[in-house]
Design a protein around this ligand. Structure first.
Ligand code: F3S
Length: 294
C-alpha cells in the first residue's frame, strides 16, 4: 500500500494557534474559561477541550460565572470585546493574524470615510466581525452579480473574507471598476485554503482512492471532498479512523489522504495507523491463501 499524505492536510496556522492559545489560557488561568463559539469545527477536538475545562458559549449572555473568554480565529466585532470587558470577563484574543489584518484594513478605510466593500459570505462569523470593524458601514457582496446591484460610488476600498476565491474577488473588482469608480483593492485572501485545495486535487489525480478527513459540519472539509470527487477516483470522507472500512481498500494500491483545516495531526495519524493495520490484515490473508494453495 502506497500512502500519500498531503503536506497541507489538517490545521492551518490560525486554527493551530487558536487551539494552542486556548490550552495555554486554561493552564495559566483560574476560574472558568469559555470560547465564544466552537474554537474549531471538529467535535472530537472541542470535546477534548471541554474535558480539559474549556466551555463553549454561543453568546456572551450565556456566561453567568465571570472568567476568561477566548475569541476564536474568525475574530469578532469590536463591540463584542467591549461587551465582554463590561461584563468583567478577561478577553484572550485568538483572532488569526490574517483575519486581524482584514479587520484593521477595513477600519482604516472606514476612518477615512472610504466606503468598504467586503467580498464574502454575510452569514460567516469572520465577515460579521469585519463589518463590525467598519462601524457597521461595510457592505458585503458575495459575487459579481451582487456587486452589479450596488449603488454607484465615486471611490471604494475592497477587502475579502480570508477564504474567498481569487477569481471571485477579481470578478467583483472588475464590476466595480466598470462603473467608473476608483477602486482600492486589498487582497486579504489567505492562501492556506487554496493551497490545500490545489494539493488535494493534484493528489487525487495520482492515486486510486482518496480519503478526506474532517468534521461533517466543516464547510472546508466538504469543499475538499467535492474537489477530490472531480478527479474521478473513489473519495471517502471520514471523521475518524474507526469509519474507514476494509472493503474500500480491496485491490487499492495508492491512497491519498488530505484533511480539513479543523483536523488535528493526531486524527490523521490514527487514520494512517488504521490503514497500516489493514495492510497487515491483507498480507496475513494472502499468506493464509498461499499456504492453503500449497
Ligand atoms: Fe487564518 Fe488562513 Fe487559517 S486566515 S484561520 S490561517 S485559513
Amino acid at each position: 500500500m502506497d500512502l500519500r499524505i498531503a503536506s497541507t492536510a489538517g490545521f492551518c496556522f490560525g486554527v493551530k494557534r487558536a487551539v494552542e492559545i486556548a490550552r495555554k489560557t486554561r493552564h495559566n488561568r483560574d476560574g472558568p474559561v469559555y470560547t465564544l463559539g466552537p474554537l474549531i469545527h471538529n467535535d472530537r477536538v472541542t470535546g477534548e477541550l471541554a474535558r480539559e475545562g474549556i466551555t463553549i458559549v454561543n453568546e456572551l449572555s450565556e456566561i453567568k460565572v465571570p472568567g476568561t473568554v477566548i475569541i476564536r480565529s474568525h475574530g469578532v466585532a469590536p463591540e463584542i470585546i467591549t461587551e465582554a470587558e463590561r461584563k468583567g470577563l478577561v478577553v484572550v484574543d485568538a483572532t488569526c493574524p490574517f483575519v486581524r489584518k482584514v479587520q484593521q484594513t477595513a477600519r482604516e478605510l472606514a476612518e477615512k470615510n472610504i466606503p468598504v466593500i467586503i467580498v464574502g459570505d454575510p452569514e460567516h462569523p469572520e465577515v460579521k466581525g469585519i463589518v463590525g470593524w467598519t462601524g457597521k458601514q461595510g457592505v458585503v457582496v458575495r459575487d459579481a452579480g451582487q456587486a452589479a446591484k450596488l449603488d454607484k460610488y465615486d471611490e471604494v476600498g475592497v477587502v475579502a473574507q480570508t477564504t474567498q476565491r481569487q477569481d471571485n474577488l477579481e470578478a467583483v473588482v472588475n464590476v466595480l471598476k466598470g462603473t467608473g469608480c476608483r477602486v482600492q483593492v486589498f487582497n486579504t485572501i489567505c492562501l492556506a485554503t487554496s493551497e490545500r485545495q490545489k494539493e488535494a486535487l493534484e493528489l487525487s489525480k495520482s492515486v486510486d482512492l482518496m480519503l478526506v478527513i474532517g468534521g461533517r459540519n466543516s464547510a472546508n472539509t466538504a469543499k475538499l471532498t467535492q474537489i477530490c470527487n472531480s478527479a474521478q477516483v473513489p473519495v471517502y470522507q471520514v471523521e475518524s479512523a474507526g469509519e474507514v472500512k476494509f472493503a474500500w481498500l480491496k485491490d487499492i494500491e495508492k491512497i491519498g489522504i488530505t484533511a480539513g483545516a479543523s483536523t488535528p495531526g493526531w486524527i490523521i495519524e490514527e487514520v494512517c495507523c488504521r490503514m497500516m493495520d489493514f495492510e497487515e490484515m491483507k498480507s496475513n490473508e494472502e499468506t493464509v491463501t498461499e499456504e492453503q494453495v500449497e
